[in-house]
Ligand binder design. Structure first.
Ligand SMILES: C[S@@+](CC[C@H](N)C(=O)[O-])C[C@H]1O[C@@H](n2cnc3c(N)ncnc32)[C@H](O)[C@@H]1O
Length: 377
């Protein structure tokens, strides 16, 4: 099967009201009206919770566990919250500064305690790989990076660019395995970059060697003089609203025959999904591309392989983060979130509990992560 097949669109598959290709535009408008009602309902439930409605975790979980499979299987079109989610955006990534404010520039201590921070394995804010027998989060995160090294075929001596490097967990771990690999890490989050700079000043960190370069900048506008052997990006393209231009940019960073490894949340639904709740409180402008979208929009690269990573891996990762978030209550409660901590805690617990269920729905077969190996031809 060709990997570059066109993706189906919401107009050609809309179970809510039947096959839209045979219906008049008014039916499409009606379905978008239904989405508005669904969104208002979703927000009412979420905001009641975050404003203090006491709901035991078990009840919240049962609600998600019951609703998500029904929505995935029968009403996926309700999960495309805005019409703009169905189209590519003008910018490569929309609203990047909003995203930093709402998400990545939050107190770094909170992220480090929630995600885990070990001698070699720095905080990693993407799916861990549990299905290879990992017994804890640290090991599961290492297994995921080992898997990425293998799939991307990193070789000693490569110069690799990590687009959206977070706390540089991947560069630090990979450089520990390969004495001559060089890494450049790009992140727009000033607070994350400050944390990485501290690590670069620590002689025990692999980031302290001259093999690592940090660039604080925006993927939308960044240019590099040097070309890279390999580029990887984990958990970033859910912030990219224009895959076509995003891949064009990646292609411009690569040496001839260079390779790109993309890891993102993907859904096996007929359209891109997202949620009004996460847009407002967690990831502004975020979206979950369908698994078929990257190969269909990579005119500037060729997708040579792709892998669907079962959502249960991410559900288990979110469950670990939720547990750590709760366990470290006393250490994180006095940090500056810009709002009252108890409200912040409810916003984040709603997100974490929801995502534990979301990725486990339908046994992880619909909402998981996608990995794509692309080459410059
Ligand atoms: C979910 S985190 C993943 C971090 C890291 N790859 C990992 O696996 O832990 C997403 C990362 O993308 C970065 N990012 C988001 N939008 C960006 C943009 N427009 N330009 C550069 N970095 C961006 C964030 O700062 C953050 O580091």
């Amino acid at each position: 099967m060709s990997l570059n097949t066109p993706e189906p669109t919401i107009q050609s598959y809309l179970p809510l009201l039947g096959d839209m290709s045979r219906k008049r535009p008014i039916a499409y408008q009606a379905s978008r009206g239904a989405v508005k009602i669904f969104n208002a309902l979703q927000m009412a439930v979420a905001e009641s919770y975050i404003n203090g409605l006491e709901v035991p975790d078990s009840v919240l979980r049962s609600l998600f566990d019951t609703c998500m499979p029904i929505l995935f299987k029968h009403f996926p079109s309700l999960l495309a919250p805005y019409d703009w989610v169905l189209n590519e955006t003008d910018h490569v990534a929309e609203g990047s500064q909003d995203l930093m404010k709402v998400q990545y520039d939050l107190p770094q201590k909170m992220f480090k305690l929630m995600l885990g921070d070990w001698d070699l394995m720095y905080p990693k804010y993407t799916m861990a790989l549990w299905e290879r027998g990992a017994t804890d989060l640290e090991q599961a995160q290492m297994h995921m990076i080992d898997d990425a090294i293998e799939k991307l075929g990193i070789q000693d001596g490569d110069h690799v660019l990590d687009v959206g490097c977070g706390w540089a967990a991947v560069p630090n771990y990979v450089m520990s395995k390969f004495p001559n690999v060089r890494f450049t890490g790009l992140s727009l989050s000033h607070e994350q970059c400050e944390d990485v700079r501290h690590r670069m000043a620590d002689p025990k960190s692999y980031l302290s060697s001259d093999r690592f370069t940090l660039v604080e900048g925006d993927f939308n506008t960044i240019q590099f003089e040097e070309k890279f052997d390999k580029v990887l990006s984990m958990g970033v393209f859910c912030h990219v609203g224009n895959l076509t231009h995003g891949f064009e940019k990646i292609a411009s960073f690569l040496k001839p025959k260079g390779q790109f490894f993309l890891h993102i949340i993907t859904v096996r639904l007929p359209n891109n999904v997202s949620s009004v709740y996460t847009h407002r409180y967690i990831f502004p402008h975020g979206r979950y591309w369908m698994f078929d979208a990257p190969p269909a929009r990579n005119q500037h690269l060729t997708t040579v392989k792709r892998w669907y990573m079962n959502g249960n891996n991410y559900s288990k990762t979110f469950a670990s983060w939720l547990q750590r978030f709760d366990d470290h209550y006393d250490d994180i409660k006095d940090l500056d979130y810009g709002i009252d901590f108890l409200k912040f805690r409810r916003i984040w617990r709603f997100y974490l509990i929801w995502f534990v269920s979301n990725f486990a729905s339908c046994d992880g077969d619909i909402n998981g992560n996608g990995q794509f190996l692309m080459t410059l031809t």
